[in-house]
Design a protein. Structure first.
Length: 219
């Protein structure tokens, strides 16, 4: 059971400033990553500069994604959700070919061990993106993890995560996942069991911020 802490926890904020990933802070403290993210969201509202400090302190071997890269990531995930496949170098549209080229570079970085954690986390929603196989159980566990993370954020008073127009990488990665669920639903491909969980645990998930059930984090 997690110990209740006053948010934001100064030790976690300092670790974050030093470039330590949210996942490692959570592991060291023995708490869920979503708990640390919630504390950091509160800290960032008071001091927006801590996000930049964190990025600047990260090792140079794994450069942080820029706006264009994050847009490519979101478009790639959306492409996979809509078409049920990854983009091809022989695609009919220039955009599809550009996404295939971008993905090839990410695969190369993954093989070299220099892929940004943000890209790795975002691409993980696509089975086999790096040519490696993952079991159905792994995919289901990752899906359930995303659901639990968003449930915690909503229960704490947080708004629906955005997949665009945000500098918060954690929010964007979760927003990409939620955006994918919405695409699957609209295309009639969302698994009924998953749709039931989303409806029960996250009412209003299909409409998001435009829905009257949406709410921003309490101050």
């Amino acid at each position: 059971m997690e110990t209740r802490r006053t948010a934001p926890d100064p030790e976690w904020v300092q670790m974050y400033r030093q470039g330590i990933p949210t996942s490692k802070i959570a592991a060291a403290a023995g708490v869920a990553a979503t708990t640390v993210r919630y504390h950091l969201q509160i800290a960032a509202r008071a001091e927006p500069g801590i996000r930049e400090e964190h990025r600047a302190a990260l090792p140079a071997v794994a450069p942080q994604p820029n706006e264009v890269g994050l847009r490519n990531l979101a478009d790639l995930v959306a492409f996979h959700q809509v078409h049920g496949r990854l983009p091809s170098s022989h695609g009919k549209s220039a955009r599809e070919r550009a996404l295939e080229s971008w993905l090839a570079n990410r695969r190369r970085q993954a093989a070299e061990g220099t892929l940004s954690p943000a890209y790795r986390e975002g691409l993980a929603v696509i089975p086999g993106w790096d040519k490696t196989s993952r079991s159905k159980a792994d995919d289901e566990a990752r899906w359930q993890q995303r659901l639990d993370e968003l449930r915690r954020i909503r229960a704490a008073g947080g708004d629906w995560p955005r997949h665009q127009k945000t500098d918060d990488l954690d929010e964007r990665m979760l927003g990409v996942w939620l955006h994918g669920q919405r695409i699957e639903y609209r295309a009639g491909r969302l698994d009924p069991a998953r749709e039931k969980k989303l409806n029960e645990i996250l009412p209003g998930w299909r409409e998001g911020r435009g829905h009257r059930g949406g709410r921003r984090a309490s101050r």
